[in-house]
Design a protein around this ligand. Structure first.
Ligand code: KG4
Ligand code: ZN
Length: 332
């Protein structure tokens, strides 16, 4: 299966075998074009995809040992949403064109479902049901997966995504974009108790919220202008992770699962990884912390979800449009 992913700033293509073995995974990021704007500029992202989609697909096929002109593949999986419309359309149009040219089926994949398949690529023997905390720059949700492709969203953010909160606070502190990795690094040398920050959403439901915390950080740093950057990062990181881990604990108390997994860019966070591993030990269940390459956007996870969707639902029609607001609850 050839996977194609162009929902945001990364142009990605990958080849994955039927047994979920990743034969190649190529990612070309346009982040350098966006950095000085402090966020992804949709028009620039779309144009970068147009320039790179051909070479990236050719490289993925070549690295998988396939002829880029006439590859022996059984299908093409492509992200149809959610994401930026101008970016999605590039990958989707390319996938349709390749499917026609090579006479293979193509199947539309939901980007979030792709993230949910990522842990499987590194642990094909994974046991179900699985509780997954999916935290990225655009989404934050707690998902119960009874089996591959059978998911229920138990809770999600009512305002900012966790990664978005990291990026906004990093920007407020004058750090680069995206700010998550730098904040995480700084936090490791800071004191979490330095700023008194609220932990939001302490009720029993499993929804998340980060906008109150964001405002609290801004207020606290205005009031204590002399506080060290590392201490702000550590205090913020502790509050974000405490909220996320409380909700994962709440979900584990209510649902009996065989394992817990992290997915999405924020899954790279050191404190969050340690906290989820600790919860897994406490509940005596398996812990799936994908490698950083599998946490962030890639096309191998799209190919993996596509293998499943093609098997259960058959190919998508060539008339299919991009779905920029495609919810996980509306899959397939
Ligand atoms: O999944 P992803 O690569 O892209 C999408 O948003 O779909 O996630 C990117 C997000 C950014 O907001 C980035 O700041 C955040 O993940 N991030 C982190 C870390 N590494 C990346 N946030 C906290 N700690 C990290 N170590
Ligand atoms: Zn993503």
């Amino acid at each position: 299966m050839l996977g194609i992913e162009t929902s945001c700033d990364d142009t990605a293509a990958a080849v994955v075998d039927g047994d979920l073995h990743v034969r190649s995974s190529v990612i070309e990021s346009s982040m350098d074009l966006h950095r000085s704007f402090g966020g992804v500029v949709p028009e620039l992202a779309g144009r970068a995809h147009v320039a790179t989609i051909g070479p990236v697909v050719a490289a993925a096929l070549d690295r998988a040992g396939l002829d880029p002109r006439h590859p022996a593949i059984d299908g093409i999986a492509v992200t149809a949403g959610p994401g930026l419309i101008g970016s999605l359309l590039v990958g989707l149009s390319a996938a349709k064109a390749f499917a026609l040219a090579w006479d293979v089926p193509f199947v539309a994949v939901n980007h979030l479902e792709g993230h949910l398949f990522a842990p499987l690529l590194e642990r094909p023997d994974l046991q179900w049901p699985l509780l997954t905390l999916l935290v990225s720059g655009g989404h934050s949700m707690i998902v119960l997966q009874r089996a591959p492709g059978e998911h229920e969203v138990l809770g999600e953010t009512i305002d900012d995504a966790a990664g978005e909160a990291y990026d906004k606070i990093a920007r407020w502190l004058g750090l680069g974009y995206p700010g998550g990795p730098e904040m995480d690094r700084l936090a490791q040398g800071g004191t979490a108790g330095a700023l008194k920050l609220p932990v939001s959403m302490t009720g029993p439901d499993l929804d998340l919220s980060f906008s109150g915390l964001k405002t609290a950080v801004v207020r606290a740093t205005e009031k204590h202008a002399d506080v060290a950057l590392a201490d702000v990062a550590a205090s913020f990181q502790a509050a974000v992770c405490e909220q996320l881990l409380r909700k994962v604990r709440g979900a584990l108390e209510r649902h009996e699962v065989a394992g817990v997994a992290l997915a999405g860019g924020v899954a790279a966070n050191s404190l969050l990884r340690a906290g989820v591993a600790q919860l897994a030990r406490e509940f005596a269940i398996a812990c799936h912390l994908p490698s950083i390459a599998m946490c962030t956007d890639n096309a191998a996870m799209i190919a993996a979800a596509g293998l499943y969707r093609l098997k259960v639902g058959g190919p998508s029609g060539l008339g299919l449009s991009a779905r920029p607001n495609w919810q996980l609850a509306d899959v397939p």
